[in-house]
Design a protein around this ligand. Structure first.
Ligand SMILES: [Fe+2]
Length: 314
């Protein structure tokens, strides 16, 4: 029996030069002059024959060369920190000094700072008409560099948001006289002396335990409606998530049928609420303070800064 099958496979292989699929091969067996082989098997044992055929087939599969696919986005960044302060949407030079002070107050030698996108506005690199009076990229870099090097904390992470993408996109098309086409982290390090920051790419995810930290522009459009933003994001990610990008403080707990929870936190911004491009808006200042416990559970204060400058946990 074994020999018959081996001969059958060899004959098939010689004729076809490759196996299209297990099904095609098995169909071939049944349709071929050797179909009598399968007739020796009753229905019950036919399964065993088919299993054998599949095994032999896969062992004889033609090995082809498959090139490595181009990786559009890096693997998730695994963030191993117990205590975090997460600040989103600073938009230098339109930063809110009061919010940055509140952020600095929460930092210490055991707490890492996670700058969650849109720290630089990158106005000069945008595709819009530009007013000559608005500070240029050089000034944005300078402001960021001076601020970040003055902070006292355990470590600093910097995730690229959609505004940092302006720089990358613009650098792809044109070059600025001052910096040429260099990446934003390279410029910060080499032109402004900002060392020891861990950068996370624009569309790369960050995994902090079971929580995903995103800027917010990674979600499909429609997820960032300023009404019920945390719920909208949760309906996209279906997992514990922290986002910025919407400039609105908002939290939403989801309860599953097995009585477990996942929670989504949208953070307020650290930029001025008086923006020319959205003069009437629903934005608020805020940031997130987060702690991870040894058992994988975590706690979050989603701070909103009210009109009196007071912190309110949401
Ligand atoms: Fe954003």
């Amino acid at each position: 029996m074994k020999n018959s099958l081996t001969n059958l496979i060899k004959k098939y292989n010689d004729e076809r030069n490759s196996f299209a699929s297990d099904r095609a091969f098995i169909r071939y067996v049944i349709d071929s002059e050797y179909s009598t082989i399968s007739k020796h098997y009753n229905e019950k044992n036919k399964k065993i024959l088919l299993e054998k055929l599949r095994g032999i087939h896969s062992a004889l599969k033609v090995k082809t060369f498959i090139p490595e696919p181009f990786k559009e986005i890096s693997d998730d960044y695994i963030l191993n920190e117990k205590k975090l302060v997460i600040v989103s949407d600073i938009h230098f030079p339109h930063h809110d000094p009061q919010t940055l002070e509140a952020v600095a107050d929460k930092l210490d030698e055991n707490t890492a700072l996670y700058i969650n996108g849109d720290a630089l506005d990158c106005y000069e690199a945008s595709r819009f008409d530009k007013k000559p009076t608005v500070p240029k990229m050089k000034e944005e870099f300078e402001m960021f560099a001076k601020w970040v090097t003055s902070l006292k904390c355990k470590r600093i992470y910097y995730k690229m948001g959609n505004h940092e993408e302006r720089w990358e996109k613009s650098a792809n098309k044109t070059t600025f006289a001052l910096f040429k086409a260099a990446s934003l982290p390279w410029i910060l390090e080499n032109e402004f002396g900002v060392k020891n920051i861990i950068y996370i790419e624009s569309k790369q995810f960050t995994q902090w335990g079971k929580v995903y930290i995103l800027h917010g522009h990674e979600c499909q459009s429609g997820a960032n409606s300023p009404i019920g933003i945390a719920r909208s994001v949760g309906l996209k990610t279906y997992m514990d998530t922290i986002v910025g990008h919407s400039h609105v403080t908002n939290s939403f707990p989801f309860k599953r049928a097995d009585e477990s929870f996942f929670r989504v936190y949208a953070a307020g911004c650290a930029c001025s609420l008086r923006s020319e491009y959205a003069r009437v808006n629903r934005w608020n200042n805020g940031f997130i303070e987060a702690e991870m416990y040894d058992d994988g559970d975590y706690n979050i204060f989603n701070w909103l800064i009210n009109e009196k400058g007071r912190l309110k946990a949401m």
